[in-house]
Every structure is written in structure tokens, then in C-alpha cells.
Design a protein around this ligand. Structure first.
Ligand code: SF4
Length: 946
């Protein structure tokens, strides 16, 4: 056993971790108590990182497809890279350097990014290099550049402890950045007067925690910020001395903002005038205001203006560059910041140099020892795939990202992937949606196997270390890029000495570090040795300085030519796609608590599905009622671009007329004929400055899916490999009009498949499902009514359900699945297990979703106990924690436990009689049965009970 310090590879909080490994296997992960980003804490995702290992679903060898329609075949690394160098060289010679493109990821390490960046710009001669950070952070980049003159959050996490007012805009930090949110909770606990304001169309867990929640209509943020500034001006709460000494452009903004009266803004935003005034006054009165913001501002066709309008508020009040004050964008990815620093986005060169600047290009070309760099604008993410669709880009190299899941308007993206002559995919996992489009697959190492550095949201650079060797023939991303680059050099620049003489990530880091000298990102004082010795450091850290700088612009000299911060004259523009009679719903997208991005990694951990076990679209109860829909009914969500079919759920977090889809569900888990995942419907309209698409919002219509025939099947795989079972089910899923297939379980991992069709599907398809779940074995309980298209199978082992399939009618699914998932004794129930519509046996109560994932505590347990508790909310919460231990580990579930407890108490207070007097089943009030609880046979009650 050995332990290695590294960083979590999910969100931009950038938590330090300690990886425990045995030989070539990662066996555990812990929060690093010495890391300043998390002080030992991890959220549910970080805590389960060690469960994402294993060889199932990993790419382990290169594969090459030699011709259209042919299968990919295994090949050696040498043959594969030679083949690629030849094909890239030919395309570049025939069509020019802009006929190729590189599409990277915020999950790559800084050294990986640098290698690709140098390959694209210095060798190929194109600026067609972009990253999936374009989908999450490019509006924040553009917002900082427009106002402060350079990209980079001016503050640090410690500001949370210093702020008197914390404004959270367009961020469900409680779910998306949980460890940081724990810090906000701690700050509020320590200083209850700290005012937390949340701006979000939904009443999220973060909004629930806030002192004030502004539930604005989607996309109206600029109007709100302008309205708040109007109030601050009117109330003379602006800092005129700061404005006069350190800013420019205020007069023009002032003239614009004059029109944004509370009344006008209230109408635009759909909130009350008093709410706007109250928020502005909280902002204006606080000694220090920290604004935290994320995708809600960025993923918009006016994302840059949204960022700038919020920064305007900080500049107008002088709330910047001192403890507890400043605008602070949260990054979605672990190293989106690193990509921004080394220039892995089309419009950024190394160390924040500008590819449109002749002098920046000339300087960098000189440092790299080449003649020149291209000044032609590069294609950004969405544009890149459009150019593939139009045939302008012939070859694309995709690394560590999954565009066939994550980009908007999936039908266009996939058309681009199909049209391209050559699609190279450098990936760790063989299960992502993009794999099927790859002509060449290059197996890459991933978390726990890689060396390098990553920068988190607060500009903190952390060493990322390998705990185990690369599996199979997988190689580090930087290594693949540089090996390919050397081969391409011999084709394009024969005789020239190589630009890629790197043998380790340390050598790449050292070269990159030298290019930051005298830039805003200067890290000439940083080295691997220093990171190893003193731990993570924030940039800038120039030579001669001991530690990184916690805050930027503390002398109030900004990175603009005048050294003054700039007000941007932001006017409100409506969302790119307004609801209308045909598409009346405002759809917003966002994150689930326990999933991350396209689920290529979190989708490998069954327990992370316990909190949200199936893809659902959330609608307000009144919208469900108006359409005669029940929670769980299948609906079509249609936009002008495509359709996604999934179950509906009821949510009072939304207003009527709004819908919410989690961003994670791609066509791997949300399947069926022609399924493209949730990004089938999203909008590819771009912000004019940041080129970020409006992934957050579009107009849709929602209607019942006429798919009355249902199938539900679940089972534990004989070899214990649920991921492998899901993969073998994939070809079957595509034969149903709707299907979803997810892993379930904790100590034992199984699979749940749900499918639907207009009428009974062919018997062979059902038989194939049965075969995969071993429901064809002797001893399986069977019931068939072929006339009505009904069939049931249940297989028991040691008196517990191993697998089951219900087709045609699925009303018994609920309690059968509870028996299965809770592994309750079911042997005595015998053929009762086949009865449709039978009441659940006594002692079988639904657990609901798993709220506390660390300690496996379900919603029903929490609600049942809360109903029996009394006292103030904090006392009830303490009692729940002490009795069930829920929320005592990572804390990600704390907001939800409080919410469930409050709801349960409200319900209890509304009751005048005891549950028995209300005629409720005692089972509904009981705590769910534990694994070995006896399950009692119910009375016979239906005609089929024979
Ligand atoms: Fe990882 Fe969670 Fe920390 Fe984000 S908050 S870095 S997902 S452990």
C-alpha cells in the first residue's frame, strides 16, 4: 500500500486528495487535510473517485479504421502515429493548416494543453485549437478582459470568510461546487449576519440556503444588475472616489442605467421591485461583497455582458481587490484555468497573449524559435463542428472530451463528425458517445495515472500525481501529443530540429514557465520542486517571490492600457430564443448533485445514481396537472432542433411555464431509437464576444409521449460487472423507441433498464434482454399473457431477487425493485412476485432516493424521522444527524436534509389526526425494512393471485 497526494479531477474547486493504492490498483481516496482548497473535505463525487478505476470500459490499445464503414482494428502505437502524421500532413498540404483542428478539454493537465497548443500553433500553423472550456468559462474570460483588462479571478477562497455579503449568481454551488459551499455555510454559521443573496430562476439547494432568493426569469441577469446599479446610484451608495480614481467609462453606463428603474426591471425579471431594492441595498451597505458566479451567467448568448454587468456593480461600489470583496467566477472543470493560461483556446495564446496582436504573436514566435504564428482567427468549439459539417475542416483531433454528448444541437455536431475525413479521439474511456465516430482511438491515461499540474478557480496550481502505472498501452496525453508532433515535423518540416524534445511533464512545465515572464500569469518563481516542497501555489508567482499572490489588483492598478478598470455599457438583451405559442416552455439546464458533465467517469459508479436514479425533466406541478401528466409519465421535450424523450417529474423549484433538464444525460444512459441525449434540444447561438453557446436556455414544447407499452428489467450481473452489462445492453437499447439503462446499488452493483414503445415489441428483443439478465435459466418464475403482450420473469437466489423483467404492465415494479435493491428476503413470496398490481408486502416501503450518499441514508428514512421530531429546525437537523448520521461526512446532502425535514414537518403540522386516523398505511410511515427484515406475505387480492 502506498499513498500519493494529487487533486480531484472533477470541478474547479480543485480539492487536494490523497490516493491510496496497492500495486497497480487504486483502493481509496481521502481529502488532503493540508490542501488550502478543501482542508481535507471532499464531496460525494470526490469521495468515490477510487471507484471509477477498473478496466471495464477503458481504452487500452490504439485502434484504427482504415476506410469508411470498416471496423476499427488494433494497431501498434508506432503504426498508428505514423499513419496519423501522414494523413495530417497530406490534408495540411492539400487544404492548408486550417483544414485541421484540435478540440481539447478542461480536464487535461496544463502540460498536456501546452503540448497540444504548441503542436497546433507552432507546427501546424493554425489557431483551430479550442477546448470544452468554451462551453463553460469563455464568457467569464471575456468579462474579465472587458472590465479588468486580463483574464483571472481577482480574489481567492479565503474571501468567503471575510465577506459581509455573498452574492451567488447563476450557480447552484451547493451541488456544483459542494466543498466551496461548505465554506459558505461555515462562514454563515460563524457570522450569522453575513447576507447571502442567490440569483437563480430555480429555487435550488443554494437558493434555499440564502437570506434572499431572486428568482428572476431566465436570461434577465443584465437587467437585474443594471437595476441594482440604478438603486445604488439613486441611494448614493456608489463609491465615487474609487470610480474617479480607478475606473473609466462610468458616464456612458450611468446614462444607460438611468432607464433601469426598479419598476422596469421588475417587469423584465418577473420579480418584485422591493426585491431588487433590497438586494441592491444589501450590496451597497456591506463592507465587503463577494460575488460568486458560474454557468448561469456564462452559458448565454449575452454571457459576456452578464459577467460585465455584475463586475460593473463591484467597480461602482469599490468592492474589489481587498479581503472579502470582488467578482469571482467559479470554474466548472478541474483545469479550465490551466487551459486559459497556456492558450488552449482559439482566441488566447500562451500566458494570456492575444493571437490577434502582431506583437504578441511575434514575441511568442521568437520565444519558440519559429518564424511566425498564424494571425487567422481560429474556430471555437461550436464553429469547429460547423466547419466540419460544411467540409472546411477535414480532420479533427479530440482529446479527453465528448462532443457527441456535450455540445448543443447534437444533430449538427454528429453530422460534422460523420462528414469529417478523419476523427481522432484520444480518450481514457471506450464508453463515451464520441467513440463511435472515431476513425482512430488513442488510449490515454487518466486520474490517478497522470503527472502534471492543474489550476483551480482561485488561480491555485496543484501538482497532480500518478498513484498507479498506466493500464494496458495507455499513454499520457502530453506524451501522445509530442510523439505525434515529432512525426508530423518530419513530414512538414524535414531537417528542422524538433520543437518537441520533451521527455517528461516537468520539462514542458519549465518551458511554459519561462514564457510567462513579465506576463500577468508570471510563474517564473514556481517549479515542481517548490510545489513538492511547499504545496500548491497561486499565480502570479514571479521569480524572487516566496509565495503566490492571493489577490490581484490590490494597488487598484488594473491590466488595461490606462491601468483603470473599465465599466462596460451593458444593455439588456432578451434570450436568443423566446418562448412562443409553438414552444411555450422556458427550458433551463444544470447539474445534478452526484454527476459530473457527460458522466464518462461518474457514470461508472452505481452509488452516484442513488440520488437521481433516472433521467427526468422537472416541471411545475401545475404544468403537469394542466397536461394530465403524473410524475414518471414519459414526455417528449421538443425544440426547433430536436427531441429528447424522458420521464417527467414534479418540482416546485420552478415557476409554471419553466422546465429543467440536467445537463449530464447523453445517449449512453438516455437511449432509444435516434436518441441524442439532452443536447438534442439545446441552442447553438453564440455570444458575440466569448463565442460561448446558450446552453442554459431555449424554448421547448412538452407533451405526453404516446408510448404506452413498458418494460422494466433489473438484475445483478453474474460476474459482478455492472458496467460490462450496461455496455452489452447498448445495442438493444437502440431498438426501443425509448430506453434508459443505469447502474444501481452500493455493496452490490446491478442494472436497471426501462424501455417503452407504442405497442409490444418483438419477442426476440425481450428474449435478448432476458438472456443478458439470465432470466432464461431454469427456476426462473414466469408468467406470460401473449394475447395482452404481458410477460414477467423473476429469478431468485438464496431467497432474494437476482433479476426480474416486467413487460406490458409494470405496476408491481416499485416494490419488486425495492426487494431487489434492498436485497430483502423474498423467497417466501413465491409466485406472488409475479402478481401485477398486488399491494407491496408488509415491511417493504420505498426508500426514495439516497440523500446521504456517504452513509446510505434514504429520503423516506429522513422524512419519517423528521415527522416524529419536534423543536426548531436546527434541533431537528441535529436529531436527524445523531439518529441516522446523515450529513455527517461530506456534507453535500445537508441542504437537502434540511429541506426534507422542513417539508416533513410542514406536512405533519398540516395534519390534524394521526396517520392511522388519516387512513394511511402504517407501512408508509414505517422506516424501510433493512436487509434481513422478514417480509410478510400479503393477503391475496387480485384475480391473478393463483
Ligand atoms: Fe472534487 Fe467535489 Fe472538490 Fe469539486 S468539490 S474538486 S468535485 S471533491
Amino acid at each position: 500500500m502506498h499513498s500519493v497526494k494529487s487533486a480531484c479531477c472533477y470541478c474547479g474547486v480543485g480539492c487536494g486528495v490523497v490516493i491510496d493504492a496497492e500495486a497497480d490498483r487504486i483502493v481509496g481516496v481521502r481529502g488532503d487535510p493540508e490542501h488550502p482548497a478543501n482542508h481535507g473535505r471532499l464531496c460525494t463525487k470526490g469521495q468515490t473517485l477510487h471507484l471509477t478505476g477498473g478496466r471495464t470500459g477503458r481504452l487500452l490499445r490504439p485502434e484504427v479504421r482504415m476506410g469508411r464503414g470498416e471496423p476499427r482494428r488494433r494497431a501498434s502505437w508506432d503504426a498508428t502515429l505514423d499513419h496519423l502524421a501522414e494523413r495530417f500532413a497530406r490534408i495540411i498540404r492539400e487544404h492548408g493548416p486550417d483544414a485541421v483542428a484540435f478540440y481539447l478539454s478542461g480536464q487535461l493537465l496544463t502540460e498536456d494543453y501546452y503540448a497540444f497548443n504548441k503542436l497546433a500553433r507552432a507546427l501546424v500553423g493554425t489557431n483551430n485549437i479550442d477546448s470544452n472550456s468554451r462551453l463553460c468559462m469563455s464568457s467569464a474570460v471575456a468579462g474579465y478582459r472587458a472590465t479588468l483588462g486580463a483574464d483571472g479571478p481577482p480574489g481567492c477562497y479565503e474571501d468567503i470568510e471575510h465577506a459581509d455579503c455573498i452574492l451567488i449568481a447563476g450557480s447552484n454551488a451547493a451541488w456544483a461546487h459542494p466543498v466551496l459551499f461548505r465554506r459558505i455555510e461555515d462562514a454563515k454559521r460563524a457570522r450569522p449576519d453575513v447576507r447571502v443573496i442567490v440569483i437563480d430562476p430555480r429555487r435550488t439547494a443554494t437558493a434555499e440556503f440564502a437570506d434572499q432568493h431572486l428568482a428572476i426569469l431566465p436570461g434577465t441577469d443584465v437587467a437585474l444588475f443594471n437595476g441594482m446599479l440604478h438603486v445604488l446610484m439613486w441611494d448614493e451608495m456608489t463609491d465615487t472616489a474609487f470610480i474617479g480614481a480607478h475606473t473609466e467609462g462610468y458616464a456612458a453606463l450611468k446614462a444607460t442605467v438611468r432607464e433601469y428603474t426598479p419598476k422596469f426591471v421588475a417587469e423584465l425579471c418577473g420579480i418584485g421591485e422591493d426585491e431588487i431594492i433590497a438586494a441592491a441595498r444589501s450590496f451597497g451597505r456591506a463592507k465587503s461583497v463577494l460575488s460568486l458566479y458560474c454557468m448561469g451567467l456564462n452559458q448565454s448568448s449575452h454571457g459576456t455582458d452578464k459577467n460585465a454587468a455584475l463586475i460593473n456593480l463591484h467597480l461602482a461600489t469599490g468592492q474589489i481587490a481587498r479581503p472579502g470583496a470582488g467578482p469571482f467566477s467559479l470554474t466548472g472543470q478541474p483545469n479550465a484555468m490551466g487551459g486559459r493560461e497556456v492558450g488552449a483556446m482559439a482566441n488566447v495564446l500562451v500566458a494570456h497573449r492575444d493571437p490577434s496582436s502582431d506583437s504578441d504573436r511575434a514575441e511568442l514566435a521568437g520565444l519558440w524559435g519559429i518564424e511566425s504564428l498564424s494571425g487567422r482567427p481560429g474556430r471555437t468549439a461550436v464553429e469547429m463542428f460547423e466547419a466540419m459539417r460544411s467540409g472546411e475542416i477535414k480532420a479533427v483531433w479530440i482529446a479527453c472530451t465528448n462532443p457527441a454528448q456535450s455540445l448543443p444541437a447534437q444533430s449538427n455536431v454528429r453530422a460534422g463528425l460523420e462528414r469529417a475525413e478523419l476523427v481522432v479521439l484520444q480518450e481514457a474511456f471506450s464508453t463515451t458517445e464520441t467513440v463511435r465516430y472515431a476513425d482512430v482511438l488513442l488510449p490515454a491515461t487518466t486520474w490517478g495515472e497522470k503527472e502534471g499540474t492543474a489550476t483551480n478557480s482561485e488561480r491555485r496550481i496543484t501538482r497532480v500525481r500518478a498513484a498507479v502505472p498506466a493500464p494496458g498501452e495507455a499513454r499520457a496525453d502530453w506524451q501522445i501529443a509530442t510523439d505525434f508532433a515529432r512525426r508530423l515535423e518530419t513530414q512538414l518540416k524535414p531537417g528542422r530540429s524538433t520543437l518537441f524534445a520533451f521527455d517528461s511533464p516537468r520539462e514542458i512545465f519549465d518551458e511554459y514557465r519561462a514564457l510567462t515572464r513579465n506576463r500577468d500569469t508570471d510563474i517564473t518563481g514556481l517549479s515542481y520542486a517548490l510545489l513538492d516542497e511547499r504545496g500548491s501555489q497561486q499565480w502570479p508567482l514571479p521569480e524572487g517571490i516566496e509565495t503566490g499572490r492571493a489577490r490581484l489588483y490590490t494597488d487598484f492598478r488594473f491590466a488595461t492600457p490606462s491601468r483603470r478598470a473599465r465599466f462596460v455599457n451593458t444593455a439588456y438583451c432578451a434570450v436568443a430564443e423566446k418562448p412562443d405559442a409553438r414552444y411555450p416552455f422556458r427550458l433551463t439546464t444544470g447539474r445534478l448533485r452526484d454527476q459530473w458533465h457527460g458522466m464518462s467517469r461518474t457514470g461508472r459508479v452505481a452509488r452516484l445514481f442513488g440520488h437521481t436514479p433516472e433521467p427526468r425533466v422537472a416541471l411545475h406541478p401545475s404544468d403537469l396537472a394542466r397536461r394530465s401528466l403524473q410524475p414518471g409519465d414519459l414526455v417528449h421535450v421538443d425544440s426547433r432542433r430536436g427531441r429528447v424523450t424522458l420521464a417527467a417529474e414534479s418540482s416546485e423549484e420552478l415557476r409554471p411555464g419553466q422546465a429543467f433538464l440536467p445537463m449530464h444525460w447523453g445517449s449512453r444512459f438516455l437511449s432509444g431509437a435516434g436518441a441524442l441525449g439532452i443536447n438534442a434540444v439545446t441552442l447553438p447561438v453564440l455570444d458575440s464576444a466569448s463565442r460561448q453557446p446558450e446552453l442554459k436556455h431555449c424554448a421547448v414544447r412538452i407533451g405526453r409521449a404516446a408510448l404506452p407499452w413498458r418494460l422494466v428489467a433489473f438484475g445483478y450481473p453474474a460476474d459482478g460487472d455492472a458496467l460490462a452489462l450496461i455496455e452489452s445492453m447498448q445495442p438493444l437499447l437502440e431498438r426501443f423507441p425509448f430506453a434508459s439503462c443505469v447502474p444501481v446499488g452500493r455493496d452490490r452493483e446491478g442494472v436497471v433498464l426501462r424501455a417503452a414503445a407504442e405497442s409490444p415489441v418483438e419477442a426476440a428483443l425481450i428474449a435478448a434482454v432476458d438472456e443478458l439478465l439470465a432470466l432464461t435459466r431454469t427456476g426462473t418464475l414466469r408468467y406470460d399473457d401473449s394475447r395482452r403482450g404481458i410477460g414477467r420473469r423473476v429469478r431468485l437466489a438464496n431467497g432474494r431477487i437476482e433479476a426480474a423483467r416486467l413487460s406490458g404492465e409494470t405496476p408491481a415494479e416499485g416494490w419488486l425493485k425495492e426487494l431487489f435493491e434492498q436485497q430483502l428476503a423474498a423467497g417466501e413470496l413465491g409466485r406472488f412476485l409475479l402478481l401485477p398490481g398486488a399491494r407491496p408486502p408488509a415491511g417493504v416501503a420505498p426508500r426514495g432516493r439516497v440523500v446521504c450518499n456517504c452513509l446510505n441514508v434514504g429520503e423516506t428514512e429522513i422524512a419519517a424521522l423528521a415527522r416524529r421530531c419536534s423543536g426548531p429546525p436546527d434541533a431537528i437537523f441535529a436529531e436527524l444527524q445523531s439518529a441516522l448520521r446523515c450529513g455527517t461526512e461530506c456534507g453535500s446532502c445537508v441542504p437537502e436534509i434540511r429541506r426534507i425535514a422542513a417539508g416533513a414537518r410542514r406536512l405533519q403540522a398540516e395534519r390534524t389526526d394521526s396517520p392511522e386516523q388519516q387512513g394511511l398505511s402504517p407501512a408508509a410511515e414505517a422506516l424501510p425494512a433493512r436487509r434481513d427484515s422478514p417480509v410478510a406475505m400479503p393477503r391475496r387480492e387480485s384475480r391473478a393471485a393463483q
